[in-house]
Design a binder for this molecule. Structure first.
Ligand code: C5P
Length: 220
């Protein structure tokens, strides 16, 4: 039987650099990559397109239970209105419950028989895969994250202003950090990677060093 897949849990607030880092780590180690935020975004997006209120927990749970792969591919998932709906549906315990299985299956049996999985989110190291060998909590000062998000939006041709992006980000962070279920928080054994003053290459190098050290045979 093949070895248990290595799981790299990458948690942290919005625009801290998890997505870029996660994709690079997955490519570097030959692991599969899952952006778990897409699951919550897809639920939020379906609620909005179906004219449902994201605060309606029963409706959101039903949407989460019926999610398809196709729902994860919508271009609209990246929009900020969808991100906001995502943080609202993500606070419903029944929604989180409906999405646990998909994420744990991805970790236990990554697609294409990859020997490991990189999963980014908010609760991967604390709730979804508490036994993950490598947990990294990626964070950065909120001003820096808001500037990065603004640039990302402008690069996509979306008109935005800094103060609005900052306010949205602070609201979303507060909802994620303060919700009673699976709040955004570093696991006790997470490596805390603050990218406030790091570029993507420096963050990647530090993460690779950490993962390589954790995966040495004597640490298993
Ligand atoms: O990562 P992303 O910004 O795409 O996530 C959108 C929202 O989905 C987050 O603000 C959070 O409310 C929710 N989420 C979550 N748990 C995860 C991933 C995302 O609650 N593992």
């Amino acid at each position: 039987m093949s070895e248990k897949p290595v799981v790299i849990a990458l948690d942290g607030p919005a625009a801290a650099g998890k997505g870029t880092l996660g994709r690079r780590l997955a490519a570097h180690f030959g692991y599969a990559y899952l952006d778990s935020g897409l699951l919550y975004r897809a639920v939020g997006w379906r609620m909005l397109t179906d004219g449902l209120d994201p605060a309606d927990s029963d409706a959101a749970a039903a949407v989460a239970a019926a999610l398809t792969e196709e729902d994860l591919n919508s271009k609209e998932l990246r929009e900020d209105r969808v991100a906001n709906a995502a943080t609202i549906v993500a606070a419903h315990p029944a929604v989180r419950q409906a999405l646990v299985g998909y994420q744990r299956r991805f970790a236990a049996a990554p697609p294409r028989d990859a020997p490991g999985a990189v999963i980014d989110g908010r609760d991967i190291g604390t709730v979804i895969c508490p036994e993950a060998r490598c947990k990294i909590f990626v964070d950065a000062h909120v001003d820096v994250r808001a500037r990065r998000r603004l640039k990302e939006l402008q690069d996509r041709g979306v008109e935005s202003i800094y103060s609005r992006v900052l306010r949205d980000m602070e609201e979303r962070d507060a909802r994620d950090r303060n919700r009673p279920i699976a709040p955004l928080a570093p696991a006790d054994d997470a490596f805390q990677l603050d990218t406030t003053e790091l570029d993507a290459d420096a963050a990647f190098d530090l993460a690779v060093d950490f993962i390589t050290a954790r995966n040495k045979p004597d640490k298993s």
